[in-house]
Each structure stands twice: as structure tokens, then as C-alpha cells.
Design a protein. Structure first.
Length: 110
């Protein structure tokens, strides 16, 4: 998912982006109560799931239709700048009763 696609979905601003895959191309963008993810070539707008907890001015659980994504942040900082921090994190993708987990980095800032 590109920045422009996340922007059109309203999922940019102060919040977090999860980056996964060898080149960081797997992406979940989150800002306030909005999130976006590309699934099967389509950018999906997501909303906080019931019971979602706070995660740096956004949320840790998201839903869109039958798709549910849970962010599991380790809190282990791997990179830090003036207005961001990046930690090791997993996402659990749950769809149609199947759960898959992916390791990546959670970049949070403004």
C-alpha cells in the first residue's frame, strides 16, 4: 500500500504504520480511529474492533467485514528519531476462521 492510498483512506497523520515483509511492503496504516490495509489488491478501510485498546493515539485491533487484524507490539525499540519510535511487532490476520501471524516493525509518531 502506498502513502497516497493510505491518505485516500484517511489513515495518515499522528499514529502508527506496521511494516512487514523483507522489503517492508506489507503495510497497515493507522491514525486515530481510521486504518487501511491492502488485501487482494484492494485497499480496505478499517475501524477499531470491539474491545480495542489504545496504541499510541490509535488502536491495537481493527476490523473490516470478515477481516480482523490484531497488532502485538513488543515494546522493544529498534529505531528512534525526534518524532517517532519503531518497535518490533507482530500482526495477527484473522479471516474466515484462519489466523496468520507476521513479524514486522511498528513505526509510531507524528
Amino acid at each position: 500500500m502506498t502513502f497516497s492510498e493510505a491518505e485516500r483512506a484517511g489513515a495518515v497523520g499522528t499514529g502508527c504504520t506496521w511494516l512487514g515483509g523483507r522489503d517492508g511492503s506489507r503495510r497497515l496504516a493507522m491514525a486515530d480511529d481510521r486504518a487501511a490495509v491492502r488485501r487482494k489488491g484492494v485497499v480496505l478501510r478499517m475501524e477499531p474492533a470491539a474491545g480495542a485498546k489504545s496504541l499510541f493515539l490509535t488502536y491495537d485491533r481493527w476490523t473490516a467485514g470478515t477481516l480482523r487484524i490484531v497488532v502485538r507490539d513488543t515494546g522493544r525499540v529498534v529505531r528512534r528519531g525526534h518524532e517517532f519510535s519503531e518497535t518490533a511487532a507482530w500482526i495477527d490476520v484473522v479471516e474466515n476462521g484462519r489466523t496468520r501471524s507476521f513479524i514486522g516493525r511498528l513505526n509510531c509518531g507524528s
